[in-house]
Each structure stands twice: as structure tokens, then as C-alpha cells.
Design a protein around this ligand. Structure first.
Ligand code: FES
Length: 226
């Protein structure tokens, strides 16, 4: 009996058609598996490999390289708090402390007693001008304050999953990803996976995320010479 549900396996099988190179589907596929199970078990990785017709060693290599993928249980809602320079100077320390106080989690990757929360501190997420910021599940949250952390944590505790607002994108300070608009033809989930802090990879030599692409202010047309 498979650990992944039929509909997730079906979704994974459809992914390769969206990419010029089929193996590129491995990251969104692993994300789907992780979203269903909470973290990636060896069995889940094996089923992803089978669904994508990829070598299991390759799939495991991707899953173990990127910090985006969790190989142990995490909370239902996982905060990636940037504590790099800009965020640190603008108060990420207070953000982390409030998060710990609100959730009861004492250290990174520990899971709260109710199973709802965990967090980790990550390197620059490419949104320094909105520091301090974090990623919560698949959303980015900017200009954080301790009060904003209270609000996010409380939202996560509501019976109705607060992330139902993702599609609408109507919540204050939220956007699926700083690069979202720059990558066309991908779902919000795929964009979030590709932009995610863990997509930088584990250890030295890991790549940094691309800088935010911001829309340019349109130039005024020059008045025709009289
Ligand atoms: S230092 Fe936090 S987003 Fe760049």
C-alpha cells in the first residue's frame, strides 16, 4: 500500500509535461509529497521516483540537498525566519523571540506540543527592503513586528486554514513569493518551491536566490518639440 494518496500520485505524474526536462518536476513533486505527509519518508521518496520514472537515488539526492525538504517531522505550520543582516538590523531577533513565546517552541525544528508549529532561521530570502520578513508555509510576510507574529500564529490556530487566502492574495503584507510575477506559467505552489529558502541548498556552494524583480516606473513621454 502506498504512503501517498492516489490523487497526489496522479498530480505528480502530470508534472513532467510542464517542463522541458522531465526531471525538473522532481522539486514540485517532492513538495506535493511533503505537503501531504508533513515530511519526506524514504517510502515517499521512492514513490515520487516511481511516479516520475526517475532513479530513486537522484530523487533522494535532491531531497537531502535542499533544506526546503524536511526529512523529519515539522509542525503543521513552519516559519522560515530570515535572520540575515538586513532582517537582523530591523528586528528579526525580536520576531524570533515572539514566535518562540507564542508557540512554545524553544529551538529551531522543535515541534510545538500541539503539533501546529515549528520554525527555522534562514539566510537572506531576497526581500531585504521589506525586512524583517519570513516565509510561513507557502507565503512571504514582510515588515514583521512582534504584533504581526501574534496575528499570524493566531490565524494558524483558526479552524479555517488561514492560507485559504493565498489564492485571493488579499491579506496584509502577504504575497506568494517575491519572484512570483517574474516566473510565468507556474502555479503558486511551484513558484514558492523554486523561490523557497531551502532551494538554496544545504552547505557551502549553495546558490543564493535571485534578487527581487520590481516593476519599473513607466517613463513619462517627452513632449513633442513645438
Ligand atoms: S536579509 Fe532578510 S531578506 Fe535579505
Amino acid at each position: 500500500m502506498s504512503v501517498l494518496s492516489d490523487h497526489v500520485l496522479e498530480e505528480i505524474r502530470e508534472l513532467p509535461a510542464r517542463y522541458p526536462q522531465h526531471r525538473s518536476a522532481v522539486m514540485p513533486a517532492l513538495d506535493l509529497a511533503q505537503e501531504e505527509l508533513g515530511y519526506l519518508t524514504p517510502e515517499a521518496m521512492s514513490e515520487v521516483a516511481s511516479a516520475l520514472q526517475l532513479d530513486p537515488g537522484y530523487v533522494e539526492g535532491v531531497a537531502t540537498f535542499y533544506t526546503l525538504f524536511h526529512l523529519e517531522p515539522i509542525g503543521k505550520h513552519h516559519f522560515y525566519v530570515c535572520t540575515n543582516l538586513s532582517c537582523m538590523l530591523r528586528g528579526s531577533g525580536a520576531v524570533v523571540e515572539r514566535l518562540k513565546a507564542q508557540t512554545g517552541v524553544r529551538e529551531p525544528r522543535e515541534v510545538s506540543k500541539d503539533g501546529l508549529f515549528s520554525y527555522e532561521e534562514v539566510e537572506c530570502l531576497g526581500a531585504c527592503e521589506y525586512a524583517p520578513m519570513c516565509r510561513l508555509d507557502h507565503e512571504y510576510h514582510y515588515d514583521l513586528t512582534p504584533a504581526r507574529i501574534d496575528s499570524l500564529v493566531n490565524d494558524c490556530r483558526l479552524p479555517r486554514r488561514y492560507q485559504s487566502t493565498i489564492a485571493a492574495g488579499d491579506s496584509e503584507g502577504e504575497t506568494p513569493s517575491p519572484l512570483g510575477g517574474a516566473i510565468s506559467g507556474r502555479s503558486a505552489r511551484e513558484r514558492a518551491v523554486l523561490d523557497a529558502p531551502g532551494a538554496q541548498g544545504r552547505g557551502e556552494g549553495a546558490t543564493q536566490p535571485s534578487p527581487i524583480k520590481r516593476p519599473r516606473t513607466p517613463r513619462k513621454k517627452k513632449a513633442p518639440d513645438a
